[in-house]
Design a protein around this ligand. Structure first.
Ligand SMILES: [Zn+2]
Length: 181
């Protein structure tokens, strides 16, 4: 009997180990190898990564992010963890390339293509937004606001208290109060 218990215990143990998600060191490596990314500073704690050839007008995105920070009263939120914000502006073919973006947990959304995503899983001090810039500006800024909501609630360590619908509601309200989307 103890032997049987031991077998059950070990198999449970191994199942847990197998299903645990590992942090990937240097997780953005493939991204930097496949796109010639340049940085643009938004403020001392946040920056945009973009492809110089994309023709993106960064000042607009910068002012949208600064608006999002004041709209969400970001400076007044209770900071539970200090996160630097990285916003990656990506073409669709890169954002939805599972090999390059292999550090995302694609099964979390049934492996469907995405417009944007937020993660802070791999580097403790980093909140990362990856977003498709080839969408219409309405969709782009809505998605940016949605992902920003995940970031702001992550700084409060309350990210998982909120749903996708909460992030959409935040984005809808932001869009109604601004000219971006
Ligand atoms: Zn979301």
């Amino acid at each position: 009997m103890p032997k049987l218990i031991a077998i059950i215990f070990y198999s449970l143990f191994f199942i847990n180990v197998a299903s645990a998600r590992d942090k990937i060191e240097n997780h953005q490596q493939n991204l930097f190898l496949n796109l010639n990314l340049t940085t643009f500073e938004i403020n001392e704690n946040s920056e945009i990564f973009y492809d110089e050839n994309s023709g993106i007008i960064l000042e607009n995105i910068q002012s949208a992010l600064l608006d999002l920070m004041s709209y969400s009263r970001f400076d007044n939120i209770e900071e539970c963890q200090s996160l630097e914000l990285q916003v990656f502006l990506l073409p669709r073919r890169i954002l939805n390339n599972r090999r390059i973006m292999d550090f995302l947990q694609w099964s979390d959304w049934n492996n469907q293509d995405i417009r944007g995503v937020y993660t802070s899983f791999h580097v403790q001090s980093q909140g990362e937004i990856y977003i498709n810039y080839e969408k219409s500006s309405r969709e782009f800024y809505f998605t940016l606001a949605h992902e920003f909501f995940h970031f702001a609630t992550d700084v409060e360590c309350k990210r998982f208290n909120y749903t996708e619908r909460d992030a959409d509601n935040f984005a809808t309200n932001f869009c109604e109060s601004s000219d971006f989307c």
